[in-house]
Ligand binder design. Sequence first.
Ligand code: NAP
Length: 525
Amino acid sequence: MKLPNYVSGEWKEGTGAGEPLVDPVTGEELARISSQGIDVGGALEYARSNGGPTLQKLTYRERADLLGKIADVLTANRDEYFRICLLNQGANQADASFDVDGAIYTIKYYAKIGRALAEQKILKEGAEIPLSKTNVFSGQHFLMPAKGAAVFINAFNFPAWGFCEKAAPALLSGVPVVVKPASPTAWLTQRMVEDIVKSGTVPAGSLSILCGSARDLLDHVREGDSISFTGSADTATRIRSHANVLRRSVRVNIEADSINSAILGSDAAPGSDVFDLLVKEVVREMTLKAGQKCTAIRRVLVPRQFMQAAGEAIAARLASLKVGNPRNPEVKVGPVVNKAQQAACVEGLKLLKQECTVLFGGDEGFQPLDADAQKSAFVQPTLLASKNGLDAKFVHDVEVFGPAATLVPYDNTAELIAIARRGMGSLVASIFSNDANFVREVILGIGDLHGRLLVVDSSVGSQHTGHGNVVPNCLHGGPGRAGGGEELAALRAVLLYHRRFVVQGPPSRIGDLAAMSADASILYS
Ligand code: NAP
């Protein structure tokens, strides 16, 4: 079976043998994808000239209603998405839910909050600015939806959520979507697009999908388009520096890889509730989706005197979790997505082992439950300990995109801050402490290099949203190595798909436009 692309309003199979999509538990081929022979430039032009104008005839409220209908279609097909997650990712119910239910929730969320933009077509930003002594000439800033395409190049680990968290603000803005999912897990995104298109919910040209290699996609983007990329920092650099992207100043949002930290305060001694909360969260982050989350905890920064206790507590929990075929109900941890990712994890762990000791796991010959170790793509959950945090190199640099984390000791708050900053820009850090002064000092020390800081103390207990969980009403993204992008944060997400301009002229002309505008301050409310 070769999965067809949906471009220029038609389902089209790519030519050639294509790339296989496999079951990471059995190694069996499930389907093939190919973008060969697809007119990628034509697909973008079709989206711009058909999808964009039709979507932009609608008001924000009408497009929010459209998102509501998309959410209904996805909800109706939820079981099929879980089946595909199991087959193509080895995802158990919890893993699949994180992606699929997260996707549906995010679309529903934008359907709800998008209605606040009401029956308008553009946004008015700030107050009118007098520019003449007699008030016959003034200025006003506006934001209008871009007349281009929203091009998504996505990572393999969130084929559902990664598509929906970007599609919701783009479609709400009236900008047509062209999504290129990562090849290994393209099936789920392809199926979601198929369900939406076949339901007749979206106007022609407003949703397209290209499966397989991006090929010459970036050669055809232009000034009105927006690229939203999620993936590794290496690919991000290639996209950001592409000659056509640079020449035409195409807006680019990058969500890249990240060395995130969980931080334990010295007040949170072993046996305390806050210590236990950190241990629980680290294990959850290492094992949910087999650690294949951009936000997962990679470094666990603990006071040196608690290193041994933290290592033992995390290792004990890891030892209690069965790793193997998710079709076995006892299994809690599944495989990574394919053999290539398994090999990348093994290579990364080899580097970490050069400067760390292994406290748990790390066995390359490890035998998963109910799966053939030769055919499957499992990585044994692995906990390491760094000997000296600040002097380490790989711990702060190598992202093992699987079930792995490293304990890193610190001796004082200044050193802790310096260690956390060695991540060179991260999506998230979580701070586990009841000490208000410590929490404040850490936030002020690392806030500029992190997109999100999660603070957990005894008053919060287990009622936090989760270190690795991205909620649509808060910012997702991070500076530096994490890509420098910004996504979600409620209605702020539409800014990527709008363009700011100022009109300078007679107040009456400005008033005409202002009358058809929603107030942009609502984006920040
Ligand atoms: P990747 O190898 O960088 O691929 C990401 C996407 O880029 C895929 O769709 C890939 O297509 C495409 N691509 C590769 N080379 C390209 C090129 N020259 N031009 C245009 N597109 C190109 O990343 P991945 O392995 O899929 O994902 C894992 C990484 O993503 C991890 O490092 C993780 O931390 C990061 N991630 C970050 C976030 C975040 O929000 N910050 C979220 C999830 C994942 P093919 O698959 O066809 O090669």
